[in-house]
Ligand binder design. Structure first.
Ligand code: NAD
Length: 503
């Protein structure tokens, strides 16, 4: 079902709604129930998506399993799986503007971001994994058998796809996250059921149309929208699903890990963060100030690696925090279709309430706002970019992920102290260090307990670079060659060779 919405004079946005992609067909949800979708910039209802149930998940998983077991899929050459991903990349490029507009409508983020960041990442990720499809290699091993029975032993290993993957994604980079699960699954020979976030499913559904157009075999990629507690949990619990690739909050990740344990399902969990931005006194001040602001404010802070704790050496603390506050004050919030807009709204009323509540708790505990700390007086889930000073490590806002445009600043005296403070968190996703001293940069980076440390930059994510979290920020890594391990198992074959005439 497609409906069309006009937005700001540009090309109309076509909205796919109300159906599930199962076994190459668009189907209505078995429950007959739908979820209202709101434009976060206006709070207007714009569409309805299907509330998929466990029955729909079962149909989708059964289809994915049939396709996985089919001889056509098993015999498909790796290069041909790569070609399918390339076809999809070409179709996404063809429709990039429309997809970007749809993402802007659904998630609120500015069009220049959805077009130049989300869509570019999506196409690159498809091509990147398309290339990997033909590079799954094993090893050839010589054995030292403890029983000499006159034979000669050899063994080889190969990487085998795990089977049906359950991909579960959040709402902050909806299309990019969908592809982050789909592309490696298909490249490495798995099939997949995707359950996008109920807060932002529209581009995943539009992707479904392109998947059909690309000629990807029926059942290889299925898309079931719906709530986490029903559709998501059913996917996690389904016995035919061999691996869960999850991106979302730590609380949900913990629940998924517990559920997956009884069936020994493979999991990769990309979870929350409380990433530190560390500015040392010798840093290039202008770049560090812009960098600290850029670490937290883009996508209205709804970035898992957002630099939400700012540690600055005391001698430059005021200069850096005032500089970040000045940038925050100048950022223009608005509808993502307005070309002047630099920051869009938060995704939902619930998220707006969470961000406001956490900032209020920080102020109650003694933090002082240098900018923002307020909602905008208009429709839409807008929150002003905020920097708070007088932060302390024991404050709730220093410990919990805000997932909004809010940074808590704390002065530091030396490297030993910043190392302790930066690591004083349940999370371990990202960190950045701003300094011109190579010794300090590398020695401190090595002591930060995080999956990624950036030096004089922040939030650089690339499919070529393995990504994931330590501690409660996750389990396993995605991206780069690490994805091979995430989507395949090693199979070892052992053989006995015998040719007496050669003895
Ligand atoms: P969320 O955990 O609420 O939801 C994520 C997905 O899980 C959604 O599709 C949801 O429907 C589903 N879900 C919820 N309960 C479920 C259950 N019981 N079983 C199965 N699925 C279930 O997260 P969110 O609010 O959508 O996203 C924000 C969070 O995602 C933040 O914590 C952010 O840090 C994290 N995130 C992490 C990364 C990363 O790569 N580390 C990237 C982006 C976002």
């Amino acid at each position: 079902m497609l409906k069309t919405i006009e937005r700001n004079g540009g090309a109309p946005v076509r909205i796919p709604e109300g159906s599930l992609l199962i076994d190459g067909d668009w189907r209505s949800p078995s429950s007959g129930e739908f979820i209202d979708v709101f434009d976060p910039a206006t709070e207007e209802p714009i569409a309805k998506i299907a509330a998929g149930s466990s029955a729909d998940i079962d149909l989708a998983v059964q289809a994915a399993q049939r396709t996985f077991e089919s001889s056509a899929w098993q015999k498909m050459r790796p290069l041909d799986r790569g070609r399918l991903l390339e076809k999809l990349a070409l179709l996404i490029e063809r429709d990039a503007e429309e997809l970007a507009r749809l993402e802007t409508l659904d998630s609120g983020k500015p069009y220049y971001v959805t077009r130049n960041v989300d869509l570019e990442f999506t196409v690159d990720a498809l091509r990147y994994y398309g290339g990997w499809s033909s590079k799954m290699a094993g090893e050839y091993l010589t054995l030292s058998p403890f029983v000499d029975d006159g034979g000669t032993y050899r063994a080889y290993t190969e990487r085998r796809p795990v089977g049906v993957v359950g991909g579960i994604t959040p709402w902050n980079f909806p299309l990019g996250q969908a592809i982050q699960k789909i592309a490696p699954a298909i490249a490495f020979g798995c099939t997949i059921v995707l359950k996008p976030s109920e807060e932002a499913s529209l581009t995943s559904l539009r992707l479904g149309e392109l998947i059909l157009e690309a000629g990807i075999p029926d059942g290889a990629i299925n898309i079931v929208t719906g709530y986490g507690a029903t559709a998501g949990q059913a996917l996690v619990d389904h016995p035919l699903v061999r691996k869960i690739a999850f991106t979302g909050s730590t609380a949900t990740g913990q629940r998924i890990l517990a559920s997956a344990a009884s069936q020994m399902k493979r999991v990769t969990l990309e979870l929350g963060g409380k990433s530190p931005t560390i500015v040392l006194a010798d840093a290039n001040l202008d770049k560090a100030i812009a960098g600290a602001a850029n670490a937290i404010f883009p996508n209205s802070g709804q970035v898992c690696t957002a630099g939400s704790r700012l540690f600055v050496e005391a001698s430059i603390f005021d200069a850096v925090t005032m500089g970040v506050a000045a940038i925050a004050d100048e950022l223009r919030l608005g509808n993502g279709f307005d070309t002047q807009t630099q920051l869009g709204p938060l995704i939902s009323k619930r998220q707006l309430e969470r961000v406001s509540g956490l900032v209020a708790s920080g102020i109650d505990e003694g933090a002082e706002p240098l900018s923002g700390a307020s909602q905008e007086n208009r429709p839409g889930y807008f929150y002003r970019p905020t920097i708070l000073k007088n932060g302390r490590a024991d404050m709730r806002i220093a410990r919990e992920e805000v997932f909004g445009p809010v940074v808590l600043a704390m002065p530091i005296d030396d490297l030993r102290q910043v190392k302790a403070l930066a690591n004083d968190t349940i999370y371990g996703l990202g960190a950045s260090i701003w300094t011109r001293d190579l010794n300090k940069a590398h020695l401190l980076a090595a002591q930060i307990d995080a999956g990624t440390v950036w030096l004089n930059t922040h939030n650089i994510l690339d499919t070529a670079v393995p990504f994931g979290g330590n501690k409660l920020s996750g389990l396993g890594r995605e991206f780069g060659s690490e994805a091979i391990n995430a989507y395949t198992e090693t199979r070892a074959t052992c053989m006995r060779l015998e040719a007496p005439e050669l003895d």
